[in-house]
Design a protein around this ligand. Structure first.
Ligand SMILES: Nc1nc2c(ncn2[C@@H]2O[C@H](COP(=O)(O)OP(=O)(O)OP(=O)(O)O)[C@@H](O)[C@H]2O)c(=O)[nH]1
Ligand SMILES: [Mg+2]
Length: 456
């Protein structure tokens, strides 16, 4: 890409604000600014107060703070000037249009980061971490992205690359003596690093589900028969009376949603219409929605009533749930006689956790939240401190793992035909290159950077 024209964008959200930041980057930004500010007094990396002159008026347009980062020591690797002006939309628009009049081009989404990548300021993984950081819905996800921004994942991949290169060198050296069968020692020297790379790829892939949860949040759906107390639980966890609660079965028709943060993960809680055979068209429509929610949920809070035990109707609902993460919420425990064995009727059920609760008294709410958090964190720990955050990374890692496995298989079955094992090894190396961004094509770059906001 040789597009090095100067670009400009508002880097802060549009609208009225105390301060707005306009970012410029490119070889000619200083020239573009010259008609409006005294650029000769600009000193690198120092905040400087200045008047921004409007050529159409005798008085200054705004008093601004300027930051000048000369290339190559800037975010993009080019000359960068940031203009911190007052956040009045008219002022921002005027400054932008004056700069465009001087030849700067409004930037595309992610163009600053794309230039940083093209100028070797960061690799593709770090660029993706920037997006994830900006999009973070929770502190935990922000921390994870910030960690990736420092290059932790890049470093691990670099080590994997070294290991694969070691195998390739070994393989090519042995190929020169291809007439002879390769000795077991030499084979072991290749198998071992391959296994280490495979193990690492598997660990990273295991973290991808957690990465997805951190990125997008998770959905927990409250489902069960009518009148068991689903909306009461929803209101308890939401901390207010959001959903209508009555003693009439079939109260809830539409789904209700509430967002909360649990253990650093954004959780969307969904209250649904109770499931039962019904001829009421409105109720049927509600139940359709329930089924759709259940089908795409990450976890289900399946609610039953303690006093009633496990009913055929409950079983019918459980049969419709495919999710592997089900917490059985045994409600209305306040109605039980103190010596009743509350859990017993439910012990044989294939659910991840069983929680005794009462939405009336508040019993069991903390254990329930803890159980939800427990199930979510089971989805891959942060082992080496790295979590795969982007779908692209996950896909390329899968390809890498497949290639490594193929190579391993060929080596163990045909130890005398190394030529066969070399191509998958090269594919694995290519996948690594693609991950970090050493090997890229325009389409890939487009798909990564178009997800950024303007001005980043
Ligand atoms: N005693 C007792 N009553 C409860 C408890 N939780 C809910 N209820 C009552 O049970 C009835 C039904 O509660 P809802 O929360 O509307 O039940 P639901 O599952 O949402 O019902 P539908 O929307 O009809 O599917 C209400 O009268 C609640 O006050 C509880 O823990 N103990
Ligand atoms: Mg309800």
């Amino acid at each position: 890409m040789t597009d090095v024209d100067g670009i400009v964008a508002l880097a802060t959200p549009p609208g009225r604000s105390g301060v707005a930041v306009i970012r410029t980057s490119g070889a000619h930004v200083l020239e573009a600014l010259a008609p409006f500010i005294a650029i000769e007094t600009l000193s690198p990396r120092q905040a400087q107060l200045a008047q921004f002159h409007d050529p159409d008026s005798h008085s200054p347009l705004d008093q601004v703070l300027l930051l000048f980062f000369p290339q190559p020591h800037s975010f993009t690797g080019e000359d960068v000037v940031e203009i911190h002006c007052h956040g009045a939309p008219v002022v921002v628009t005027r400054i932008l249009s004056l700069l465009v009049g001087q030849g700067l081009r409004p930037s595309h989404p992610g163009e600053f980061s794309q230039r940083a990548y093209l100028n070797g300021k960061m690799d593709l993984l770090q660029a993706e971490a920037v997006i994830a950081l900006i999009e973070s819905a929770s502190l935990r996800s922000a921390r994870q992205s910030a960690r990736q921004l420092t290059g932790t994942l890049s470093l691990q991949l670099q080590q994997m690359r070294q290991q694969l290169l070691h195998v390739l060198v070994h393989m090519e050296a042995s190929l020169d003596f291809s007439e002879e069968e390769i000795d077991p020692d030499g084979l072991e020297q290749m198998q071992q690093p391959l296994q280490q790379v495979a193990d690492r790829a598997i660990r990273l892939l295991d973290s991808a589900r957690l990465g997805q949860q951190l990125r997008q949040g998770v959905e927990w759906v409250i489902a069960g028969r009518p009148n068991v107390g689903k909306s009461s639980l929803f209101n308890r966890l939401a901390g207010r009376d959001k959903a209508i609660v009555t003693d009439i079965p079939g109260t809830t028709r539409d789904t209700n949603e509430h967002d909360l943060l649990l253990d650093g993960i954004a959780v969307r809680l969904i209250d649904t219409a109770g499931l039962r055979p019904s001829h009421d068209r409105i109720e049927q429509a509600g139940m359709e929605r329930t089924r759709a929610c259940v089908a795409q949920a990450d976890g289900i809070l399946l609610m039953v009533e303690a006093q009633q035990g496990w009913l055929a109707e409950d079983q019918a609902i459980l049969d419709q749930i495919e999710s592997r993460q089900i917490i059985l919420v045994i409600n209305k425990c306040d109605l039980l006689a103190t010596d009743e064995p509350a859990l017993q009727p439910f012990m044989a059920l294939p659910v991840a956790e069983r929680i005794l609760c009462s939405c009336q008294t508040g019993l069991g709410m903390e254990p329930l939240l803890e159980a939800m958090a427990r199930l979510m964190s089971q989805d891959g720990d942060e082992g080496e401190g790295t979590v795969i955050m982007a779908i692209r990374q996950q896909q390329v890692l899968q390809r890498l793992l497949q290639a490594v496995k193929e190579c391993q298989g060929l080596l163990s079955h045909h130890s005398n035909s190394l030529e066969l094992a070399a191509p998958p090894l090269r594919q694995a190396l290519a996948a690594l290159g693609e991950l970090v961004g050493h090997v890229t094509n325009q389409e890939l770059l487009q798909s990564v950077f178009s997800r950024f906001c303007i001005g980043k």
